[in-house]
Design a protein around this ligand. Structure first.
Ligand code: HEC
Ligand code: HEC
Length: 266
C-alpha cells in the first residue's frame, strides 16, 4: 500500500484542509486612536523597558535590526502613522516572524512611542562595504535563485528576498548565508518522514495533528501522511539551505551588498 501520495484525493483533502486552517487572529481589529495618547517622556521610558524585554531579541537593543526589521532608519514599510504602528505591534505582520501581542493597549502605545523615538534618531542606514553589482553575479553563479525569488523570478523553497535588504540587518544576512541553520524561520523548518516501506521523504513542515502530517516535498508537491503509516518522523535541525562557507570574504561582502540593496517595493 502506498503510505503517502500526492494530493488530491477527496478524503485526504478533508484531513489536510482541516489541519491547514490557519489560526484566526484574535478578534477583529478595534479602531485605535489616531494619535498616540501615551507619548510622554515617561511613557517612552517605560516603552523602552518593554522593548528591551520583548522586542530587542529580534530588532536589536537599539532597533538596529537583526532577525527583525531595522527600526532606527526613520522608514517604516508597514506605516509610520501612530494608528498603523499600533496595529502592527498589536496584531503582528501576517506570514512573517513579527508576532502580535496581548499586552494592554497602554503598553502597546508606549511601545509605539518608543519605536517612533528610535526612528526619529534617523540613524544612518547601515551600509554594506561590498559591490552590489559583483554580488548579483555571485548570486546567479551560486544558484541562489533555485530556492529564492527576487522581484518575481526564482524558486520558492526559501523566503522571497525582494526586500531582504529593508527587512534584515547585515549581521543577519551574513549569518543566513554562512550558517543558515543558526536560525530557521518557522515556515521553513523541515521534517523527514520514513514510510513503512522505508522511503525517506524530506519537506517543509506545513501542518500536523494527532493523526496526520502534511509536508511540501523538495519538488514542491503537497503530501499528506497518516502517522500510523509512518515508521518515523524526524524534525530536522538543519536548514534546507546549504551553508556557503567557502566563499572568499570579498565574494561574501559583495553578495551581502547585493542582498542589502534589495529594498522591495513596499
Ligand atoms: C520573533 C521576532 C520578532 C519579535 C519578537 C518582534 N518582531 Fe517586530 N518584526 C519582526 C520582523 C521579521 C519584521 C519584518 C516583517 C516584514 O515586513 O517582513 C518586524 C516588523 C516590525 C515593525 C514594522 C517595521 C516597518 O518597517 O514598518 C514594527 C514597528 C515592529 N516589528 C515592532 C515590534 C515591537 C514593538 C516588538 C515587541 C513588542 C516586536 N516588533 C517584536 C520580527 C519580530
Ligand atoms: C536549496 C535551497 C536554497 C538555496 C540554494 C539557497 N537558499 Fe537561502 N534559504 C533557503 C531556505 C529554506 C531558507 C530559510 C531557512 C533558513 O533561514 O535557513 C533560506 C534563507 C535565506 C536567507 C534569510 C532570509 C530571511 O528572510 O530569513 C537569506 C538572506 C538567504 N537564504 C540567501 C541565500 C543566498 C544568497 C543563496 C545563494 C548563495 C541562497 N540563499 C541559497 C533555501 C535556499
Amino acid at each position: 500500500m502506498l503510505a503517502g501520495f500526492v494530493l488530491p484525493s477527496a478524503w485526504w483533502l478533508t484531513a489536510c484542509a482541516l489541519a491547514a486552517q490557519a489560526p484566526r487572529e484574535a478578534g477583529s481589529p478595534a479602531e485605535p486612536a489616531e494619535k498616540n495618547p501615551f507619548a510622554s517622556e515617561a511613557d517612552i521610558t517605560i516603552g523602552r523597558q518593554l522593548f528591551l524585554s520583548r522586542c530587542g531579541a529580534c530588532h536589536g537593543r537599539d532597533g538596529e535590526g537583526g532577525r527583525g526589521a531595522a527600526l532606527n532608519t526613520g522608514q517604516f514599510r508597514h506605516g509610520s502613522a501612530d494608528r498603523e504602528m499600533f496595529l502592527t505591534i498589536r496584531y503582528g505582520i501576517p506570514n512573517t516572524e513579527m508576532p502580535g501581542t496581548f499586552l494592554p493597549d497602554i503598553e502597546v502605545w508606549r511601545l509605539v512611542a518608543y519605536v517612533k523615538r528610535l526612528g526619529s534618531a534617523k540613524a544612518v542606514e547601515e551600509r554594506a562595504p561590498g559591490d552590489p553589482e559583483a554580488g548579483r553575479a555571485i548570486y546567479s553563479s551560486q544558484g541562489c535563485a533555485a530556492c529564492h525569488r527576487i522581484d518575481g523570478t526564482g524558486g520558492d523553497m526559501g523566503p522571497d528576498l525582494s526586500s531582504a535588504g529593508a527587512r534584515s540587518a547585515l549581521s543577519y544576512l551574513r549569518e543566513s548565508v554562512v550558517n543558515p541553520s543558526a536560525y530557521i524561520p518557522v515556515a521553513y523548518r523541515t521534517v523527514t518522514v520514513t514510510t513503512a516501506s522505508g522511503a525517506r521523504i524530506r519537506g517543509l513542515h506545513l501542518n500536523e495533528d494527532d493523526y496526520s502530517i502534511e509536508i511540501r516535498d523538495l519538488s514542491g508537491n503537497l503530501r499528506c501522511f497518516l502517522k500510523s503509516d509512518l515508521r518515523e518522523i524526524e524534525y530536522d535541525k538543519d536548514s534546507l539551505m546549504p551553508p556557503y562557507r567557502t566563499l572568499s570574504e570579498t565574494d561574501l561582502e559583495n553578495l551581502l551588498a547585493y542582498l542589502k540593496s534589495l529594498k522591495g517595493t513596499r
